[in-house]
Structures are given as structure tokens and as C-alpha cells.
Design a protein. Structure first.
Length: 329
């Protein structure tokens, strides 16, 4: 009986998360509110990009040009979407002040469900059984990820070596993404832009957490400033890829990639570099791998089976609006 009690105590010692840090519970609703803003922001930005393409009579699939980017600033729908995404970022940053990165980041998956329902209503294109199954895999995988993270997540002090490692990795990601984009931009598929932006935004979330933590600790010096520069640069590059993704894919597919790839990258950084799961038992890491694999498979499956992607590939007309009418600004 005594060995069993000792074993139970060992397990309890490793369940950190909400059991030892109840303030995490404040971060969760803030992250969920951010997911709602993200859904509406994505839909409005997607509408703005589509409108600009129609007005300029040119596709942005190979990358939006300067004229198209300026035109976006004149589109009320795109501006409204940008404001909503700004509010989503504010909610996420606020959530990060209360909860670890590997818990807050994956909760954005809720926005996938909201975006899918809203997009189906707007376009009149109902989700198919395959696309619904893919969405369930995305959300189910990420929610399983969150469950594991909530039990084992903790925060550790971040040293200069860790920051330099993150910044070096980000520089490499930006260079590689740019090089690959130059090679494939003329025939790039939606999944490329989604994956590239998701990976970059994973670093954005990490740097945002770093900057917040250092400012809270009164540690604002040259390395913190460098992190801020990296944060702004990565945000701009990621945003460009996201806007281009809107021109080649439906908004819920874009959100699916971001809400799966983004948190997985952020969690890998959190585990491997920031040691946010330093005390987690081996089964937790197995859970991370299995849940992440399910979520990633869901994204790739949705990219193949999304009804709008299928209709576009067959060059069939897609009605716009809840009653088949085109929605304009």
C-alpha cells in the first residue's frame, strides 16, 4: 500500500498546470475570446482580398503586389478584419501574461469551428462529410494537445542563450521561407502559404511571450529590443503570406493551418528551448506527438477535401452569400 501512495505522490508532483498555477484559468477565456475575433477577422480579410482581386482583375496567388496591398487599405471589409485580428492579438497577449505558451496557443483551434460555420453560411457551400471529419481531427487533436499541456505546463526563467537560439532559428526560417517562395510562387498551393505563415507565427507567439515576460521583470535591454524587432519582422512576413493564402484558399482552410501549425511550432519551441514541460512525464510527450500528428493529418486532409478547393479545381462556379448572392463591401 505504501509504494502505491508514494507512486501517486510522484504523479501528483508532475501534474503542474492548473493544480499549482490557478491563474492559468484566467488565460483560457482570454484565449477563447481571441479565437472568436480571429474567426471574424479572417472572414473579413478574406472578403477584402477577394474584392481587390476582382477590382484589379489580377490574381494574388503568386504574391500580392504593392498596388494590391495599397488597395486593401481602402477596403472597409479588410480594414474591419484587420482591427478584429488586432483585438485577437491583444486577447492572446493578455492570455500569455497569465498562462504558459503551450496552453494558450492551441486554444485558437476553436476559431476553426466558428470560421467553418460562418464561411459555409456566406458562400452557400456546405461542408462535406470528409471536410467535417478533417475539421474534427484538427480540433480534436489540438484539444487533446491542450489537455496534456494544462496538466504539465509550467514557466521557467528565460536566459540569453535561449533567446539567441530562438532568434537564430527565426532568421533561418525567414530566409528559407523566402527562398522557397521565390522558387514556387507561380504554382504555389494554399498549403504552402498556410504552412509558411503557421511556422512563422509560431515564432511570433514565442517572441511575444518572451518580450512580455522580460518587460514584466523589468529586463528591457538590447536583447529584448532585438526580440521586439524579430517579432515585428516575423509578424509582417507572416501576415503577407496569410493575405496571399486568402487569394488561393478559403478562410477556414487558412485558419485550420494556422491554428494547428502555429501552436505545434510554438509548443516545440516551448518544450525544446524554453523548457515549459521540463517536469512532464514521458506519457505526456507521447500524448503531444500523437495529438499533434492527428491535428496535422486533419489539416492536410482538409486541404484535399475542402468543398471550395474541390469546386475551384474543377472550375465550377461558387455562389457567394447566404442566399447565393455575392457579398461586397
Amino acid at each position: 500500500m505504501i509504494p502505491f501512495v508514494a507512486s501517486l505522490d510522484d504523479v501528483t508532483d508532475q501534474l503542474i498546470g492548473v493544480f499549482r498555477e490557478p491563474r492559468i484559468l484566467i488565460g483560457i477565456p482570454l484565449a477563447l475570446l481571441g479565437a472568436v475575433f480571429m474567426s471574424f477577422g479572417a472572414l473579413y480579410q478574406h472578403r477584402g482580398v477577394q474584392k481587390v482581386e476582382r477590382l484589379t482583375n489580377s490574381s494574388g496567388s503568386a504574391g500580392l503586389n504593392g498596388s494590391q496591398l495599397l488597395s486593401l487599405l481602402k477596403r472597409p471589409s479588410w480594414v474591419a478584419g484587420t482591427i478584429m485580428l488586432g483585438l485577437a492579438i491583444v486577447c492572446q497577449l493578455a492570455a500569455l501574461t497569465f498562462a504558459p505558451l503551450i496552453l494558450v496557443q492551441p486554444l485558437g483551434a476553436i476559431s476553426l469551428v466558428i470560421t467553418t460555420l460562418l464561411n459555409a453560411r456566406i458562400t452557400g457551400v456546405k461542408p462535406t462529410k470528409r471536410s467535417v471529419r478533417s475539421i474534427i481531427l484538427c480540433v480534436g487533436g489540438i484539444l487533446a494537445f491542450v489537455t496534456v499541456a494544462a496538466l504539465v505546463a509550467t514557466e521557467e526563467p528565460i536566459d540569453q542563450a535561449q533567446l539567441i537560439t530562438i532568434l537564430a532559428l527565426l532568421a533561418g526560417v525567414l530566409l528559407i521561407s523566402g527562398a522557397v517562395w521565390m522558387l514556387v510562387r507561380k504554382g504555389a498551393k494554399p498549403l504552402f502559404y498556410i504552412a509558411a505563415s503557421g511556422i512563422i507565427y509560431g515564432f511570433v507567439a514565442t517572441l511575444a511571450k518572451v518580450v512580455i515576460s522580460r518587460i514584466q521583470n523589468g529586463d528591457f535591454e538590447w536583447l529584448t529590443l532585438l526580440c521586439l524587432v524579430g517579432l515585428i519582422t516575423a509578424t509582417a512576413v507572416g501576415a503577407y503570406f496569410v493575405q496571399t493564402a486568402y487569394s488561393v484558399g478559403p478562410p477556414d482552410l487558412v485558419i485550420a493551418g494556422l491554428t494547428v501549425i502555429d501552436p505545434i511550432v510554438a509548443v516545440i519551441i516551448g518544450i525544446a528551448i524554453l523548457r515549459e514541460a521540463a517536469t512532464a512525464p514521458l506519457p505526456a510527450f507521447v500524448g503531444f506527438v500523437v495529438a499533434g500528428a492527428i491535428a496535422v493529418y486533419g489539416v492536410t486532409s482538409l486541404a484535399r477535401n475542402h468543398p471550395q478547393v474541390v469546386l475551384d479545381s474543377q472550375q465550377l462556379p461558387i455562389p457567394r452569400g447566404s442566399k447565393g448572392k455575392r457579398l461586397d463591401d
